[in-house]
Design a protein around this ligand. Structure first.
Ligand code: NAP
Length: 361
């Protein structure tokens, strides 16, 4: 008999939804039993609803092919068959906020990939290695929603995953100024080269809303709970430019950083390779054994060689050297649809289960 928690994927036909479904194939704790999408897909089998839109490099799991897709908007009906949901729907921000809270109010926890609730004061936004203690704000959210087990938890934007973990590993040296440029893959926009041919041999110096997220969201990760709300940290100052580049998967960041207590290069590398958190201590199923790797070669990290480090859940760092204007500079790389999207959310859900926030209904 299966003891796995029953999972629904909201937006399961989309790119992030597909990544959830691929990552959850054979998951030891979670089983996808329900997929919901727009009314356009509802009533079709998952295989028919996705049609030629399957964007993963691995085949569609057999177990989901014949699931009949439900309508995301039929909240009670979808919620009735699941213990919790992952959310990857693409609707307006207001619609997403409302529908995620509607699921929470049916006592169905929501672990979301969307940005809609990232600044809702009592919604935890978590990278499990960095700020797992923010899940404690859930009790205040439950009071507001009037729920016993329902809540919304989110993961942060994909762009910050190539440098926020690095800066966290260096917090003892007190970073004061961070200047970052991100080189972001087209899958971050839900696209492949087939459906975005203009990106072949091209660069676009604009990603709507991304720079503000890249500058602000790390501060929320480093914030604290005060009076039932997450209050963001005040430092370091972060300025960022976000550039779309002709890469399928993998966001690279080139970063300059100044510190209050300037460390030696060896100390910085030592903190990176020894940085671990609760996912590693608890040996969660999706946790990378090594969260951050440091690559000594001058030409690393490279997207093609390093994006799948630790099955896409690890961060690769290289090119750490002293700078003439700031203290140091480095290059970071992470997988934007694994660690930066679905994989990050799955790791959040594993920690939430391990800590008793998500249980069978
Ligand atoms: N791609 C990434 O790396 C990434 C990273 C972080 C965050 N995000 C965010 O995650 C969300 C999903 O991204 P994506 O790239 O997977 O998008 P996508 O491929 O366009 O998929 C969108 C999903 O939402 C459903 N949907 C669209 N309109 C809907 C409506 N009116 N009502 C109900 N469902 C609706 C779609 O269903 P149908 O198939 O039936 O249309 C599909 O399942 C977006 O909000 C995006 O900003 C994406």
């Amino acid at each position: 008999m299966s003891q796995k928690l029953r999972v629904g994927i909201l937006g399961g036909t989309g790119m992030v939804g597909q990544r959830f479904i691929s990552l959850l194939e054979n998951h030891p704790w979670f089983e996808v039993v329900t997929i919901a999408a727009s009314p356009r897909s509802a009533g079709k089998t998952y295989e028919d609803a996705v049609g030629d839109r399957w964007k993963m490099q691995t085949p569609m799991p057999e177990a989901v092919k014949n699931l009949v897709v439900m309508n995301v908007n039929e909240v009670e009906k979808v919620a009735a068959g699941v213990d919790f949901v992952f959310s990857a729907v693409d609707m307006t921000k207001e619609e997403i906020k409302a529908i995620e809270e509607a699921y929470a109010k049916t006592e169905t926890p929501v672990v979301s990939n969307n940005s809609a609730h990232r600044w809702t004061p009592d919604v935890p936004m978590v990278i499990p290695e960095i700020n797992p203690e923010h899940f404690e704000v859930i009790k205040f959210q439950r009071q507001r929603l009037g729920t016993k087990r329902g809540f919304v938890a989110v993961k942060p934007n994909c762009s910050i995953q190539s440098y926020a973990p690095v800066l966290t590993a260096w917090r003892e040296f007190v970073p004061t100024i961070v200047v970052a440029t991100t080189y972001q893959a087209i899958s971050g926009a839900g696209k492949t080269f087939k459906d975005w041919p203009e990106m072949i041999e091209n660069i676009i110096p604009y990603i709507g809303g991304e720079e503000e997220k890249s500058e602000q969201e790390p501060l929320r990760l480093w914030g604290s709970i005060e009076d039932g709300e997450i209050v963001k940290a005040q430092s370091p100052v972060i300025t960022c430019q976000c550039i779309r580049v002709p890469v399928l998967d993998g966001h690279t960041a080139a970063v300059f950083v100044s510190f209050d207590k300037k460390p030696a290069k060896e100390e910085l590398i030592d903190r990176l390779v020894n940085f671990k958190g609760l996912p590693q201590e608890l040996n969660l199923p999706s946790a990378p054994k090594q969260f951050i790797q440091y690559l000594e070669e001058d030409n690393r990290p490279q997207v093609k060689m390093d994006v799948n480090f630790e099955n896409g859940m690890g961060i690769s760092v290289g090119r750490l050297r002293e700078d003439t204007v700031y203290d140091y500079k480095f290059v970071g790389l992470s997988h934007n649809t694994v660690r930066g999207a679905a994989g990050g959310a799955v790791l959040c859900a594993e920690l939430l289960k391990a800590q008793g926030y998500i249980q069978g209904k």
